[in-house]
Design a protein around this ligand. Structure first.
Ligand code: PLP
Length: 380
């Protein structure tokens, strides 16, 4: 028997592709393109390929190292840096990003100088603050800002963008979106700029996208979580027709014993400076799996079996196995949320494995994933 590596993340490429195709169709019906955001999976090239096969032509990340990875893999898509570049990153941004998002004149001036030096035109999108209070130029400052940027050689403004529900949790309502659209139109007219890309937000915009009767001038959204995990992000609601079990995190039981439910002895803080409350429930099925906080954001894991996560330390998750009789070597599977996915994909200690579906269309539609081949890609 060939043992599968643990801990591992099982990445279901077909389900991710399905999600991307459905979202793309939903957006295209409204004249909106999908930029695939792959920062949550560290620009994993298998996932990137899957998205490209789904017809996605723009890919966005937030780290230079991921831009470099995409460029070196020669992927057939436009690469976008989602985050405004740091001064220290300017040469590599010009080298590896087709487009970068920007909010600071000093940075754009540095990009301009660098682009001239590299003999390139660097494309930028300007991020506009619409109330969520992370990045963006305040709308009142936008005309003066653009007026400066258009003077710079080596820089082309290819669009305006805005972002919601990342920091302040501000929802892209019909009103907010209309406000952004009219701002874009005003800038287009004032400066006779084409601004071909108008990017209206992220996975928090799905509800608005599905419900709006007036898309305004928005023609792009940047989707990460909704493609990867099948959820919109204002309330974490499931998006109809999409899969949520695209990623499964599998860990191995390393100890299974009957133990009391409450620690005994004099108690202080634990290894993480916490004082955890325990509930007296007699003796329990006390289970340890061999992975912990160093590898995964444990609070973002949901077990697929009726067991309960009691807590975690650097290299262990402690569970109540309830009625299931586990033994060492058994596997416990969890569905990660976005935060957990982020940590798992970033951890060099978790094996990345890929599942591709070989069944018929019929089975696919009925959500019966019985026949699949599993490719285990070893990590270096
Ligand atoms: C992360 C990010 C996205 C994607 O967000 P999701 O909620 O994963 O769709 C889009 N735009 C910007 C600027 C981001 O930082």
């Amino acid at each position: 028997m060939k043992l599968k590596p643990v801990p591992r993340i099982e990445i279901n490429l077909d389900k991710i592709q399905h999600n991307a195709i459905v979202l793309k169709q939903l957006c295209e019906a409204k004249g909106v393109e999908v930029t695939g955001v792959v920062k949550g999976v560290c620009a994993d090239l298998q996932i990137v390929n899957t998205l490209i096969q789904a017809g996605i032509t723009r890919l966005a990340v937030s780290k230079i190292i991921h831009l470099e990875k995409l460029k070196k893999a020669n992927i057939n898509a436009t690469t976008i840096l989602l985050r405004t570049p740091g001064m220290s990153e300017i040469p590599n941004v010009v080298k590896y990003a087709d487009i970068s998002m920007n909010t600071e004149l000093t940075i754009i001036r540095a990009l301009s100088e660098e682009a001239i030096k590299q003999g390139k035109i660097h494309k930028i999108m300007i991020m506009v603050e619409m109330g969520d209070l992370r990045e963006g130029v305040m709308p009142k400052d936008l005309p003066a800002f653009i007026n400066e940027v258009i003077k710079l050689r080596g820089i082309e403004i290819v669009g305006l963008a805005t972002n919601f529900a990342c920091f302040g949790g501000v929802i892209p309502t019909e009103d907010k979106m209309r406000e952004f659209s009219s701002l874009v139109q005003q800038i287009r007219q004032q400066f006779s700029l084409q601004l071909p890309i108008v990017s209206g937000g992220n996975s928090a915009n799905i509800k608005w996208l599905m419900e709006t009767k007036n898309i305004g001038v928005i023609n792009d959204v940047r989707l990460g979580e909704s493609i990867l995990l099948g959820r919109e992000t204002t309330k974490g609601e499931v998006i109809p027709k999409l899969y949520q079990d695209t990623f499964k995190f599998v860990a191995e039981v390393i100890e299974a014993k009957q133990k009391p439910s409450v620690p005994y002895g004099n108690r202080g803080k634990n290894g993480f400076g916490e004082s955890i409350k325990f509930h007296e429930q007699g003796w329990i099925n006390h289970i340890l799996v061999g992975v912990g906080r160093q590898d995964v954001s444990v609070s973002g894991l949901t077990p697929t079996m009726p067991v309960k996560i009691l807590g975690s330390t650097s290299d262990h998750i402690v569970l109540d196995g309830k009625k299931i009789l586990f033994k060492p070597g058994d596997e416990i599977t969890f569905i990660p949320n976005y935060g957990a996915l982020l940590s798992i994909m970033t951890s060099p200690y978790i094996h990345k494995t890929y599942i591709e579906f070989k069944g018929s269309k019929h089975e696919k539609q009925n959500n019966v994933y019985s026949i699949y081949k599993q490719k285990i890609i070893p990590r270096h």
